[in-house]
Design a protein around this ligand. Sequence first.
Ligand code: GTP
Ligand code: ZN
Length: 350
Amino acid sequence: MSLTPTPAERLNRARADLRAGLPVMMGGALVAAVETLTPARLADLRALGAPELAITLRRAETLKARAYDGDLARLALPSDAGLEWLCAMADPADDLRVPMKGPFRHIREGDATVHRAGIALAKSAHLLPACLVIAVAQDFADLTHLLPGDVPLGPQGLTEVVSARLPMQAAKAGRVHIFRPGDGGEEHYAVEIGQPDRAQPVLARLHSACFTGDVLGSLKCDCGPQLRAALGQMGVEGAGVLLYLNQEGRGIGLANKMRAYALQDQGFDTVEANHRLGFEDDERDFRLGAQILREMGFSAVRLLTNNPRKITMMQAQGIQVAERVPLHVGETQENRAYLATKAAKSGHLL
Ligand SMILES: Nc1nc2c(ncn2[C@@H]2O[C@H](COP(=O)(O)OP(=O)(O)OP(=O)(O)O)[C@@H](O)[C@H]2O)c(=O)[nH]1
Ligand SMILES: [Zn+2]
């Protein structure tokens, strides 16, 4: 029936539920994000069954827990553990002050499918990647119901909502296009400069949102100068397309990026900080960029980037990368180490 939510719509609803501190129902279990639990809700969940904590392999490595499921670890919630313990398991902020959180009781029997989907859901809600899973016999009709196979779904058919002319410092002939995914999730933008010929490779930049760099002029990264240099070059050439993808913090969200920055002030580099939080170095889905380019009628690009992964991903998604155009701007005293780490650990080209 047409009023029944699709899997993508349920998934979008589930993200909002987790952020609000509500569990969702998945494969005969309740799944709640650790970050948004309250003492009262934890008590309610405990009363329903034996909660299991799911954390990623990355977080498990930091905590010296064993990830028997490969990419994740399942741990029994100790009977005397409260919300404070759970939050300390999920959030590395105080790891150095309180390093010992075990001994852990690892769960090896049963299946980790729901736990894995729960972590993917928490990540896509931009929460810390840790969740509680409680197997329950009863159904909770008020909660959002998902199948583990619904998560993660890739970008949901983006369509253009509107476009309008925007004269900019870099180019008078600018036009901003707004793209919205089919599930009502986060919108992404394309800035078109001039009238690029669709039959030729277009000068293109896939820019990931960086509130601190783009807006505040942060000296910790090179995003702001890269954004302006890319638009500037498109202005000079008279044609180009810059995708402004809302993938803040390489896809972990602004709150988690700020957590990573706090860890960087404890001495960890950009990659280590992501790992301690339980994330991979880069959680972005670049299929998004390819979809928008295709939607706009582009099939080949001259890609402004130093990141070889962006090139591989574009090509894998059927967008031909005719040329890589290097984009080295904005090196500062404060971001030198960050850029060096990206070159050493993430394969960025110098
Ligand atoms: N998690 C995390 N994200 C960061 C950090 N510094 C910057 N970012 C984010 O990294 C993204 C920057 O991405 P891009 O400008 O596409 O950079 P890139 O992947 O290095 O590729 P190119 O600039 O194309 O060479 C933005 O989303 C920033 O918010 C950090 O220390 N930790
Ligand atoms: Zn940045």
